[in-house]
Ligand binder design. Structure first.
Ligand code: MRU
Length: 354
């Protein structure tokens, strides 16, 4: 990937702002938004201007840092109370990606540790900046490690299928499911990638196809319903997807349609890999049943993307943003710390102890 790479989230501390790549404008327009208020940051997450579990976590970390920076209180108790309010507010922006809560919790723990050590408020703010930077920096390292681990399962020339966008623009860099594709491109692997267009918001065709095409990867867009056709043709050697939350038993929530892909892959004997940083593993969720699935506005299905509404006026539309892939359909979960195979409950428990 080029050093002049596009970055999903960037802190502009001198302006007390955060710049985000507005992903609702891709692929037609590459533009950045400058966010300063908590409301703007909340709205950008809710409206999917910044999206993808790790990038949401990074935006939340910088968001809570900016909120903390603006707090006037000089006493630690007053500061902590306002910090908590901002944290609860940002946490309400989207429910499914655990990285949002993970990043906010990590920021709070740092704040509490510094406060307990008796640091003045000004120094606590500096520590929070450090922590948010660390979350961002570590995500890049984690994604690279996921990519390297995934590459051990792949061979040059393979056909790969993916869903939604779990790429560089959904993370600090490289992506999770797209990390092996970017690393493979640098190493001449010549993967042939099939990107599900990913209805309703077309994040496969708008974002993944754009990101991989820009990187020079051979990518073909297909409609979600074509996965069986493409696999039956023998064009797919492995499916790689990202995820928003992995439960302790290995069930994994990801963009709506992922579960369908996993079932079709099993039918055709194609390995189905979930790429997950450990920050996306939520041992507090026993199974996928415990994962809160975001329901979004029906208009995203009936009215967006077309000149005219593509459904009769007033018709009901069901719009869950994610589904849960049953652990039984997952061949392996690829993390930065290693590759976990079934039985996932034992493997994940051991991994999370590391
Ligand atoms: O609604 P989104 O675009 O935030 O959903 C994103 C996904 O489903 C991704 O696959 C997931 O967050 C992993 S991103 C590395």
């Amino acid at each position: 990937m080029s050093e002049n790479r596009i970055c999903a989230v960037r802190l502009e501390d001198e302006h007390s702002a955060m710049a985000i790549l507005d992903q609702t404008r891709l692929p037609g327009e590459v533009s950045y938004l400058t966010l300063t208020t908590q409301e703007e940051i909340w709205d950008a997450i809710y409206r999917l201007k910044v999206r993808g579990a790790p990038a949401i976590g990074i935006a939340a970390a910088y968001g809570i840092y900016l909120a903390a920076k603006a707090i006037q209180a000089q006493d630690r108790a007053g500061f902590a109370a306002q910090f908590q309010k901002a944290k609860d507010y940002l946490a309400s922006s989207r429910p499914t990606a655990v990285n949002l809560f993970w990043a906010l919790e990590r920021m709070q723990r740092r704040m509490e540790a510094e406060a307990a050590a008796g640091l003045p408020v000004g120094e606590i703010k500096a520590a929070l900046r450090e922590e948010a930077d660390a979350i961002c920096r570590e995500d890049e390292e984690v994604c690279k490690a996921i990519g390297e681990n995934a590459l051990t399962l792949l061979r040059p020339g393979m056909g790969l299928m993916t869903h939604c966008n779990a790429g560089a623009i959904a993370t600090a860099r490289y992506g999770t499911a797209l990390a092996p594709m970017h690393l493979g491109q640098e190493r001449g692997y010549n993967f042939k990638v099939f990107a599900d267009e990913t209805r309703p918001l077309l994040k496969g065709s708008r974002l993944t196809a754009w990101e991989l095409h820009e990187a020079g990867v051979d990518v073909t867009v297909c409609c979600d319903g074509m996965c069986s056709n493409v696999m039956k043709n023998g064009w797919v050697d492995a499916v790689l997807v990202g995820c928003d939350r992995v439960a302790a038993n290995g069930d994994a929530a990801n963009k709506i349609g992922t579960s369908t892909l996993s079932i079709v892959a099993k039918h055709y004997g194609v390995p189905f890999y979930v790429c997950a940083p450990t920050s996306t593993i939520d041992m507090a969720c026993k199974t996928g049943e415990d994962i809160h699935i975001e329901l979004r506005k029906p208009e995203e299905i009936t009215e967006m993307w077309f000149e005219k509404p593509m459904a009769p006026a007033g018709v009901k539309a069901y719009n869950p943003a994610f589904d849960v892939t049953d652990a039984q359909f997952i061949t392996a979960i690829i993390t930065e710390k290693g590759i976990i195979r079934p039985p996932f409950a034992q493997g994940l428990a051991k991994l999370m102890e590391k």
